[in-house]
Write a protein of this length. Structure first.
Length: 74
């Protein structure tokens, strides 16, 4: 079983919270906030070595939304 790395809040500032809030608004109550946050933190961690970080929040939101829409929850 693979352990997900998580991005730190200090590394990405408030961007993690903004993406979590945006996804929670778009996905509604279909997905728990804790699940969204874990996925977002893991996605941000995947970009920890990115040289250009300006578009990382957009990439993370798109990636996580696609993943969560396809997964059954509940």
């Amino acid at each position: 079983m693979k352990t997900m790395e998580r991005a730190s809040e200090s590394e990405w500032g408030g961007r993690i919270d903004l993406v979590v809030q945006s996804l929670h608004t778009k996905l509604g109550t279909n997905v728990e906030t804790d699940v969204i946050r874990a996925e977002v933190e893991a996605a941000f961690a995947a970009y920890s070595q990115a040289r250009i970080r300006e578009f990382v929040p957009v990439l993370v939101e798109t990636r996580v939304r696609s993943r969560l829409v396809r997964q059954p929850h509940g």
